[in-house]
Design a protein around this ligand. Structure first.
Ligand code: IPE
Ligand code: IPE
Ligand code: MG
Length: 237
């Protein structure tokens, strides 16, 4: 299978869904599914690097996920904590630059500190950007941006003003959004930034997502005709 480089996405957003179902179908606790989900994240970063994808955004915890049982929420934060603790060296060696998006003021203070640390430690890396969406919701992000603009005293708001005040102000829009787990919705993920993203849904549960699934998504992306509102390309009939 060949991939023409110029037709690969630069930024991929991933809605990692299906951890719970992956686990319960195996008679395991949901948290085991979240743990396996971290393995899928590591795997995906390595595959993305092979294809020279520049930015991966992973939806790790949404503003709506607070509705879950406290034990699952605490477990998810512990898994993110372990991931940031145990992988700093590897991420540095592999040239991964970690950034984040979401309201980190509401997550456990020590985890917020850990994330800030890893962001600082990896800031000079330049192989790939990994954006972790933690306590992220697109509506919350828009409210954050508009509040910033209000504080700046803006009364006439341009699209660029909004873009510059989103959590993603330093990142280009995602070209491709992949959602695993079978649902076909965005669940409050990057609503503003994905205005022209290509959407790809797969039934595969996130912990099972591997290289062949990733390549399938890229292949599908390459078939899409991204027009951004322009004319159809002339096609043979
Ligand atoms: C996605 O997996 C991870 C998070 C939302 C944190 P889920 O936990 O939503 O898994 P399912 O959808 O219940 O299978
Ligand atoms: C989306 O998955 C959020 C994350 C992947 C972090 P959910 O499982 O929370 O989404 P819904 O509830 O099925 O829409
Ligand atoms: Mg889910």
């Amino acid at each position: 299978m060949s991939f023409k480089k110029n037709t690969l996405p630069q930024h991929i957003g991933i809605i990692m869904d299906g951890n719970g179902r992956w686990a319960t179908r195996r008679g395991l606790q949901r948290l085991i599914g979240h743990k396996e989900g971290v393995e899928a994240i590591k795997r995906t970063i390595n595959i993305a690097k092979e294809f020279d994808i520049k930015i991966l955004t992973f939806f790790a915890f949404s503003t709506e996920n607070w509705k879950r049982d406290k034990s699952e929420i605490d477990g998810i934060f512990q898994i993110i904590r372990d991931y940031t603790n145990q992988n700093v060296e590897d991420l540095c060696k592999e040239g991964v630059k970690i950034v984040s998006m979401g309201d980190l003021s509401k997550i456990p203070t020590d985890l917020n500190k850990k994330l800030q640390e890893i962001i600082k430690k990896t800031q000079k890396n330049n192989q790939i950007v990994v954006n972790l969406a933690v306590n992220y919701g697109a509506r919350d992000e828009l409210a954050f941006a508009f509040n910033n603009l209000a504080k700046q005293g803006k009364t006439e708001i341009k699209v660029e003003d909004i873009t510059k005040n989103l959590y993603t102000k330093n990142l280009p829009d995602p070209d491709l959004i992949i959602r695993t787990g079978g649902e076909q919705r965005l669940s409050n993920f990057m609503l503003f930034q994905s205005a022209y993203a290509e959407l790809y849904f797969t039934k595969v549960f996130w912990p099972s997502f591997d290289k062949k699934h990733f390549k399938k998504a890229l292949k599908e992306y390459q078939k899409r005709d991204r027009r951004f509102g322009g004319n159809h390309k002339k096609t043979k009939v």
